[in-house]
Write a protein that binds this ligand. Sequence first.
Ligand SMILES: [Zn+2]
Length: 90
Amino acid sequence: MTNCIKCKQPITETNRIGRSKSYCSTACRRAAGLEIQRINGRLIKLEDLLQNIRLGMGFVHDKERKEKGFLAEIERQENRLKELFAGTDD
Ligand SMILES: [Zn+2]
């Protein structure tokens, strides 16, 4: 038994859409598509900010700690993106 990538509800024979094993409904599949767009926008901003820190634009207090924080957040967002993309090819 797998759970919907979007709402985490179990996917049953009755709520399965087509042959999809990843989403319980068309609504969830569409919501996941929008989440992918939002995450992408977030990643663009995070990477810009990280680059600014790395290039030393202006004085950055506690540069190393901030860089680590950005990298951790980028990784988190990318993992969610991968999770959502895993559901787009079935
Ligand atoms: Zn769902």
